[in-house]
Design a protein around this ligand. Structure first.
Ligand code: ZN
Length: 301
């Protein structure tokens, strides 16, 4: 077993939402401190991103117009408001496709995930009722910044990307693969998409295909990959998806996970209550979630 994942430095310039669930306030990290953006916008939404909000916020910070915030001790929310959709690419790393026994895809494998699965980067992950195979997946998340419809080529994808984020595509393998139908049942359970802590503007990420991503469980490194190993790169994925659906500002694209998920390990050490999962991507920050049992349902009362 390799050493514990190390926490990587916070990004130089990035956006976050801090506060109780449903009452998160927008923030900008710049110059080594956090600044409250509430005077500029009530929230970090797709509409705000599409209207150039990030640039406006940075200009306000440069002008000294943003108060320094002391909110960092509060709860961190996902760094964008709940999107209209989450689109995921499956089997997008050769080593992960191989560990699952799946054939390498000739076109991107696409599935949807319920947007209400998004939680904050340090919130608890619930093991769903009757789950025996809850699994982890660290992924580079792409947040759309401008409507993308029938893009003419992958080269035009970049201008439609607002930024990048650490995304956790939590997956229940039995629901996904052994219970019939499409993958969605194993992907849309409550709390199954921790996101953040930071939304890093695309302008701060020189090459999204040169990012190391890693995930550890209880300090043991399970995934350690690089976005350079994607089968279909970010630009290709955005172009490809735009041939089938309209990508709208604020939408989240999960771009696939490298090898090292529980399903692919010899002892299949699926998540259990009490486990702590830590995820990091170079330049995007570190997230950490504790795994707990799902709360009681309506039939339990
Ligand atoms: Zn995934």
């Amino acid at each position: 077993m390799t050493a514990a994942a190390s926490t990587i430095p916070d990004p130089r310039l990035a956006f976050a939402r801090i506060g109780a669930r449903g009452r998160e306030r927008p923030h900008l990290r710049a110059g080594g401190s956090l600044h409250d953006l509430s005077a500029l916008t009530p929230d970090i939404t797709g509409a705000w991103l599409a209207a150039g909000g990030m640039t406006e916020a940075v200009e306000a910070w440069r002008a000294g117009a943003l108060p320094v915030s002391t909110s960092s001790a509060e709860r961190w929310g996902a760094p964008v408001a709940t999107p209209g959709k989450i689109v995921c690419v499956g089997l997008n790393y050769r080593d992960h496709a191989e560990e699952t026994g799946a054939a390498l895809p000739s076109e991107p494998v696409v599935f949807m995930k319920d947007p209400s699965t998004i939680i904050g980067p340090f919130d608890d992950i619930h093991i769903p009722r009757a789950s025996v195979k809850t699994d982890w997946e660290v992924e580079l998340g792409v947040v759309i910044g401008a409507e993308a419809r029938y893009l003419s080529s992958p080269a035009s994808a970049a201008s439609h990307i607002a930024g990048y984020v650490v995304s956790h595509d939590v997956s229940e393998r039995e629901f996904q693969l052994e219970r019939g139908g499409q993958w969605d049942k194993g992907k849309s359970c409550e709390t199954f998409n921790p996101l953040g802590p930071w939304l890093v503007p695309a302008s701060e990420v020189p090459d999204p295909q040169e990012l190391a991503l890693r995930l550890s469980v209880n300090g043991a490194v399970r995934q350690s990959g690089s976005t350079s190993r994607m089968i279909f790169d970010v630009a290709h994925v955005i172009w490809y998806l735009s041939q089938f659906m309209v990508l709208r500002p604020g939408d989240l694209i999960n771009t696939g996970t490298p090898a090292g998920v529980a399903m692919g390990l010899p002892d299949q050490p699926y998540l259990r209550p009490g486990d702590v999962v830590e995820l990091s991507i170079d330049g995007l920050g570190t997230a950490r979630q504790t795994v707990v049992d799902a709360p009681l349902g309506e039939g339990d009362r």
